[in-house]
Ligand binder design. Structure first.
Ligand SMILES: [Ca+2]
Length: 543
């Protein structure tokens, strides 16, 4: 009822009846906050506790957010225009390109020159606890309880989602994001050039040795037919969040989790640091042999993703095989059919073992409200709109009209894309990401799954999931004391291991240096670090 009343009011020009109606509504909903008279909160505005718009008189919030390279300023995004129209809350965006974001965010926090909120905040767990406990950002649990019905419902549907954002001190300082698709647990799909296999009369490899022989033939037999030895056997994204070397190492018995030199894997509830295991040593030593033979791209350890993508799109095809989470991004729409999934290879012991990444589908840094915010209730109501399932889908993938249209049941279905447009690029331009939650059950009811996600899930179901290990290291919110240990010890270890793995892979020397390396890691505090991770995991498993 309130909603329709609001709509009517909004559409009409001023009239006595409406002014009376407005006053009555304000009184009914008790939306004039008690604090509004306080001189300390002179900017606090009246708002509606339920229904839309959130405020009758437009309010402006200053929000800082990182943005993707291809994205326009968020003030130009159609999804936010629509939100402003519905809520009457105007956002003054301060968009910071992703690369420089952390530095600028930290400067703002240090200077105390705070926006009302950080969107897609990029706050680390340490940031959340530190700035939550010193009052820079405010606890949100009461605001959620009173003003965030969409989010509250999601917390009821997924208690784990609430756990993810609950700090060790019991407060909620940040809001979640989630895309439950069961996709990013396995982001290392291997692709191979099927045209070259056919041209050279080769079978699809099934073992590491057969794969070696195929790559060697790719390298030596000029499958692109240009008379030059310009073919690249295998490339990937060293230590990347996707397309990394973890399952290549897994062919030696222990799939690694090398994203950002993480290397934490879990077996039977125990945390193992993969990069000091004998399987890791054997694998890196072995693949150094492939680099020497020219089968692995020696630029893997230095290349950025742009360079990797360019290798898939050279004028004459030069890429034999690559690891990524899908193939279009790497080889482009023209060549996508030339590259097929390389079914997981049998490892050294004849078994197929696929790792599970530590990348969680639940994030906890999607939105924080600062102490400078005079209207936290309005802000919570605004951000809660993003957690309405249909809106969440549009925040994550893109709005109706650009990415989606609604079918007869009101479900969001993908529009046909203009020719030559890659979905990944288009999404960067129209979908801000940030605070949203899309649950598994929303697929097929609220939103259709995008085609490339469906394809990836089919690939994972067919080839990968049957061989995936069951455990990974979950997203645990550590205590400040635990974080201190982690943040003191881990950065140095990561830098060291990232550099050594790269050096050994490209130049060799792992056999000679291994014992010293293991000793150095222990001197850096590796055992102490793993104890903290074990403690966190034990706590999580008991919850
Ligand atoms: Ca060639």
């Amino acid at each position: 009822m309130l909603k329709s009343m609001r709509k009517r009011m909004k559409r009409s020009k001023a009239s006595t009846i409406l002014v009376v109606g407005l006053t009555a509504t304000l009184a009914l909903t008790g939306c004039t906050n008690n604090d509004s008279a306080s001189s300390n909160n002179a900017e606090k505005v009246a708002f509606n506790k339920t229904g839309l718009p959130i405020v009758d008189k437009q309010v402006t919030l200053n929000i800082v957010s990182p943005k993707a390279a291809l994205a326009p300023d968020y003030s130009e995004m159609v999804i936010f225009d629509r939100l402003q129209e519905a809520t009457n809350v105007k956002i003054k965006w301060n968009n910071i390109p992703g690369d420089g974001y952390q530095e600028k965010k930290n400067l703002m926090l240090a200077s105390g020159d705070l926006p009302d909120a950080f969107y897609a905040s990029g706050f680390s767990d340490h940031d959340l606890v530190q700035y939550g406990q010193n009052g820079t950002i405010i606890p949100l649990e009461d605001l959620i309880d009173k003003y965030a019905p969409n989010l509250k419902k999601l917390f009821e549907q997924r208690p784990d989602l609430k756990k993810v954002v609950t700090a060790p001190d019991g407060h909620i300082y940040s809001l979640p994001r989630a895309e439950e698709m069961d996709l990013i647990g396995m982001p290392n799909i291997m692709f191979i050039n099927k045209v070259w296999l056919d041209k050279l009369g080769l079978e699809m490899p099934t073992t590491l040795e057969e794969y070696h022989d195929v790559l060697k033939a790719f390298k030596e037999k000029d499958p692109n037919g240009n008379g030059k030895q310009d073919e690249i056997g295998l490339t990937f994204w060293y230590n990347g969040w996707c397309g990394n070397e973890g399952d290549l190492i897994g062919l030696f018995g222990l799939p690694d989790s090398p994203f950002e030199a993480d290397h934490r894997v879990v077996r039977n509830g125990k945390v193992i640091y993969a990069a000091v295991q004998p399987e890791f040593k054997e694998a890196i030593s072995y693949y150094n042999g492939w680099v020497k033979e020219g089968l692995i791209d020696p630029e893997v350890v230095t290349q950025k993703t742009e360079q990797l993508f360019a290798k898939g799109k050279t004028e004459d095809p030069t890429l034999g095989s690559f690891i990524w989470w899908e193939n279009t991004e790497v080889v482009g729409t023209d060549r996508v059919d030339d590259y097929v999934v390389l079914p997981p290879l049998k490892g050294k012991d004849g078994n197929i073992v696929i790792g599970r990444s530590n990348y969680s589908e639940y994030g906890r840094d999607a939105f924080v409200i600062t102490s400078a915010n005079k209207n936290p209730e309005v802000t919570m109501r605004w951000v809660d709109e993003l957690y309405e399932p249909k809106m969440s889908a549009q925040i994550n993938w893109g709005p109706i009209g650009e990415i989606y249209e609604e079918d007869a049941n009101g479900m969001l279905v993908n529009k046909e894309l203009p020719e030559g447009i890659a979905m990944g690029e288009l999404r960067q331009k129209v979908a801000p990401g940030g605070p949203f939650v899309v649950l598994k059950e929303h697929f097929g009811s609220v939103v259709d799954m995008e085609e490339r996600a469906k394809e990836r899930l089919e690939i994972l179901d067919e080839y990968y999931k049957p061989h995936m290990v069951s455990e990974n290291y979950p997203s645990i919110f550590f205590s400040p004391e635990e974080l201190e240990v982690i943040n003191t010890i881990e950065p140095e270890i990561k830098t060291f291991v990232k550099q050594k793995e790269a050096q050994w892979l490209i130049d060799g020397g792992i056999e000679e240096e291994w014992d010293d390396y293991v000793k150095q890691l222990k001197d850096m505090g590796l055992d102490q670090l793993m104890e903290v991770y074990q403690k966190g995991l034990d706590r999580y498993n008991k919850q």
